[in-house]
Design a protein around this ligand. Structure first.
Ligand SMILES: Cc1ncc(C[n+]2csc(CCOP(=O)(O)OP(=O)(O)O)c2C)c(N)n1
Ligand SMILES: [Mg+2]
Length: 393
């Protein structure tokens, strides 16, 4: 515990004397300290629980937990899948770079959270899941939607608020969805989609369908009440759901170890009695393997599974982020682990394609994005009489 707070203390007085914590972070601290009286008593109890669990599990992180080594199983993806992933990851990156430009030009409004740096996780999910499996994620959703096969034209139109968008222009960046592809969104409330994921899995179990639900969430969401309620129920009812944390080291401007009592996120699966795997999320192959194994486990009726995919976002939290909480050295160091470059190197090393072929894949992805921009620009805005249609609040 870093903070001990009596109720009534002023939030700003309590903030540690730390240059990394600037005014925009006050709201996060406020959220944290509001729950701190409970947190303290829970923490005391938690230490006891954790100690006995560790002892039962052999003293460390638990027998049901493991860490996948990077790039040990490269051939689990076919040549077509590897080249397809390479193009897909470039499609995601180019799409988002273009979105950043359009945002600056005022053609995209609202919030914009880029997935750049995390592309391997969405690509791995696409190849590890069946087409009829359920997929749900948070607001950093463009890459996941593209990987799921939503039409880039219609995603771009959605970004611009046009009627041809996947949510008819009324959802925008954070609310991409496609019912036919069983891609259920795009959720802005941190952790708010976890109970929905449990609900999808419950419906499949009840109906006797052998689908799994993959729920992608951020590290920050693992501190939210919904996380614990959802994991608990999924454990109680043996629901076929994979909880996959994309640990990109920050929730807005707050590093994991400043927001989570334990920065070992695998431990968070232990109280709910499910197997947990930590994987390098910048390694397409290892992430694919982790998701595939988890899906197999869930599909066979054994219950939920948990994955922590460690990654890093190369851009700020959203477009307005001054990024005072991390150094450029840190960002450059992490960029050396660029998932697209790593996949490209593996493909070249295994002689599945030459550099020219890889460049052509990247170029065709760029051209597809250009066409999507034209489609978005040429599409109409919603008509005024449609203001209240498809709105359920
Ligand atoms: C319930 C709730 N609390 C606070 C916020 C403000 N908020 C938006 S994003 C975010 C950080 C979430 O971080 P993480 O789950 O790690 O996802 P990442 O942005 O890193 O993908 C916060 C606190 C919110 N949207 N919803
Ligand atoms: Mg995060």
């Amino acid at each position: 515990m870093r903070i001990v707070q009596r109720s009534g203390d002023n939030v700003e007085d309590m903030m540690p004397d730390d240059p990394h914590i600037s005014k925009p972070h006050v709201s996060i601290w406020a959220e944290f300290v509001t729950i701190s009286p409970i947190h303290i008593s829970e923490t005391r109890r938690g230490h006891t629980i954790l100690a006995s669990w560790c002892a039962a599990a052999g003293g460390d992180s638990g027998s049901a937990q493991r860490i996948l080594q990077p790039e040990t199983n490269r051939m689990t993806l076919t040549k077509e899948q590897q080249l397809g992933s390479y193009r897909l990851m470039w499609l995601i990156r180019r799409f988002e770079e273009k979105c950043a430009e359009l945002y600056a030009a005022g053609d995209i409004g609202g919030f914009l959270h880029l997935y750049i740096g995390q592309e391997a996780i969405a690509a791995a999910a696409q190849f590890a899941l069946r087409e009829d499996d359920n997929l749900i994620t948070a607001y950093r959703d463009h890459g996941v939607a593209l990987a799921r096969g939503l039409d880039p034209n219609r995603i771009m139109a959605e970004m611009m608020g046009k009627t041809t968008g996947v949510s008819k222009g009324k959802g925008g960046s954070m609310h991409l969805a496609d019912v036919n592809k069983r891609f259920w969104g795009g959720y802005a409330v941190v952790g708010g989609h976890l109970p929905l994921a449990a609900g999808f899995a419950l419906a499949d179990q009840y109906n006797g369908d052998d689908r799994v639900t993959l729920c992608m969430l951020g590290d920050g969401a693992s501190n939210i009440g919904y996380f614990h309620e959802s994991l608990n129920l999924s454990g109680v009812w043996d629901l076929p759901v994979i909880w996959m944390i994309e640990n990109n080291e920050y929730g807005m401007g707050t590093a994991v170890d400043r927001a989570s009592a334990s920065s070992d996120l695998l431990k968070k699966a232990a109280p709910y009695d499910m197997p947990a795997t930590r994987v390098d999320g910048n390694d397409l192959f290892a992430t694919y393997e982790a998701i595939q194994e988890a899906a197999e486990y869930c599909r066979s009726g054994k219950g939920p599974a948990f994955i922590e995919a460690h990654t890093y976002r190369f851009r700020g939290h959203s477009m307005g982020d001054p990024e005072r909480y991390r150094s450029t050295d840190e960002i450059e160091e992490r960029k050396a682990q660029d998932p697209i470059e790593r996949l490209g190197s593996a493909i070249l090393r295994d002689e599945l394609a030459d550099q020219e072929a890889l460049d052509q894949l990247a170029e065709s992805a760029r051209e597809e994005v250009e066409l999507a921009v034209v489609f978005g620009h040429e599409s109409p805005l919603p008509a005024q009489e449609d203001l209240y249609t498809d709105v359920y609040v």
